[in-house]
Design a protein around this ligand. Structure first.
Ligand code: ZN
Ligand code: ZN
Length: 276
């Protein structure tokens, strides 16, 4: 057997072992309900699960707990019982599941790889918190709190220049506001210009001019507001294969996980990113 053959074999057996174990775990809630372990002479469901599948007490408890939590969530309950999704992933989703969103979550949990799922759960949770506070937007207080805790990273040179202007009693707020407004207008205008003389693109390669505008608008961070990661890919919010256009209005820089999420569940990316 070559190294590669041995490796492939191990991978296949490992994958199957996990799948069968997942399926075994899915049977446990029903075995518990019927007290089947007792009828078959086991002291407890834990002993039963250990003897047959080598599961720890903790693993069994987790599965039974999930089953209880999913009692009013049929789609998630079905995923647990037919062993299609790992308990590990279901645990992640459990904390944000409600009877209203469980169908959507059942889809997400099947489609997303573990890491993207964690990002997805984090996003959903922060959205829940915001909705509970009664505002769609972050609270005003939350914004000013940011101003209180974060200081601007100004160079000595800029600080001195600004102080000089301040000494002359020039209104710095007004001055900077003007500058920021001008910047926004420039970006908007350039986006307009670029998109109006856009030819259907021949390749997925995004021209440097367009990349530059996008970077000017979004900086180098993932464009999902709550995300702190760097942007790694430019995502077409209108499917490129259909539009064949690199229109800067429909490009969003995303980190790796949000890009996976965007493609897999077509995330409400539009709503969550800050757009000029
Ligand atoms: Zn994309
Ligand atoms: Zn991100």
């Amino acid at each position: 057997m070559t190294d590669q053959e041995l490796y492939e074999k191990a991978r296949l057996y490992g994958k199957n072992a996990l799948l069968w174990r997942q399926k075994f775990i899915g049977l446990l809630p029903e075995i518990q309900r019927r007290r089947l372990y007792e009828k078959k002479g086991f002291g407890s469901v834990f002993e039963f699960a250990f003897k047959f599948a080598g599961l720890s007490e903790q693993q069994v408890r987790t599965a039974l707990n999930l089953d209880r939590r999913f009692s009013d969530k049929p789609a998630l309950k079905a995923l647990l019982e037919n062993g299609e999704v790992s308990v590990h992933k279901l645990v992640r989703i459990q904390s944000i599941a409600t009877p209203q969103n469980e169908a959507e979550l059942a889809q997400a949990v099947q489609l997303l790889p573990q890491k993207a799922l964690e990002t997805f759960v984090r996003d959903e949770r922060s959205e829940l918190v915001q909705n509970e506070s009664g505002f769609g937007e972050p609270l005003f207080e939350a914004k000013s709190l940011r101003a209180q805790t974060q200081s601007l990273n100004l160079s000595l040179e800029i600080t001195e220049k600004l102080l000089e202007l301040q000494e002359k009693r020039i209104d710095l707020n007004e001055l900077l506001l003007e500058f920021l407004k001008k910047r926004e207008e420039e970006i908007l205008q350039e986006k307009e210009e670029v998109s109006s003389d856009l030819e259907p693109a021949k390749s997925r390669y995004i021209p440097i001019r367009i990349k530059k505008i996008v970077e000017r608008e979004y900086g180098t961070k993932c464009s999902i507001q709550t995300c702190k990661h760097s942007a790694e890919q430019l995502h077409h919010t209108q499917t490129f294969a259909l539009s064949r256009r690199h229109d800067p209005h429909y490009l969003a820089p995303l980190c790796k996980e949000h890009h996976v999420i965007a493609h897999v569940i077509n995330l409400k990316v539009q709503g969550k990113r800050r757009v000029l």
